[in-house]
Design a binder for this molecule. Sequence first.
Ligand SMILES: [Zn+2]
Length: 262
Amino acid sequence: MSSARCTVLLTFDFDAESSKEARGLTSPTPISQGQYGARVGVPRILKLLARYNIRATFFVPGVTVERYPDIIQQMLAGGHEIGHHGYTHISPLKLSYEEEREQLAKGMDALQRVAGVRPKGYRSPAWDLSNHSIGLFKEFGFAYESSLMGDDYHFYRIGDSNDSPGLVEIPISWLLDDFIHFEIVDNGAGISNPSRIYELWSEEFEGAYEEQGVFCLTMHPQVIGRHPRIRMLERLIQFMRGHAGVEFMTCSEAVAVWSASH
Ligand SMILES: [Zn+2]
């Protein structure tokens, strides 16, 4: 990577209501849980990022872009990147080729129409890809995607072939996702003490630092937005900034730097 010894990517999947709706959870409580992300989570996150002059990446489904154009404008005004996160937050594995293509096209259209943004990257709402996904990413011209788990601290290339170049993968991990640590989900994970997650994440960062790689966190405004958690994130930011040669970037910035030397 550049002169940076370690790159930090703070990424936020701003789903709002869409992740609940896509699972058929449309009664008032789950919907309000999604709305909490917009009402409470995002403002706290944007304030924190501004205080430390950090630019982050928000992956946003098209329906959320259409519902919250003002929030998207605030993100852009803060210098943050907006990435593609599907249209209705439905898993690509549940879709035919035509339906998956339509999701990508409608998500792209929402971002361009509402925010004037042509996203450079994609993250699957299901953290999984179909057999068609990579071909579609090439067609839509994405420079990177971030849904796979084939490495921890290093980018790699996917979908390269003789006749067409593929794209850069920004690997993710359940360990580095706030949702399974802090929310009750179907598989029985629970509500963790933030200090325990601080321990897990800071030790992961030290691994990335030692390998001169990339430390990428995935967070959700409706999850990380609560006070004890956002304070934990602030503590982690301070810890990471205390290391020489650490640079916070947006995903597309980090991909551009990496691609220049690979
Ligand atoms: Zn999502």
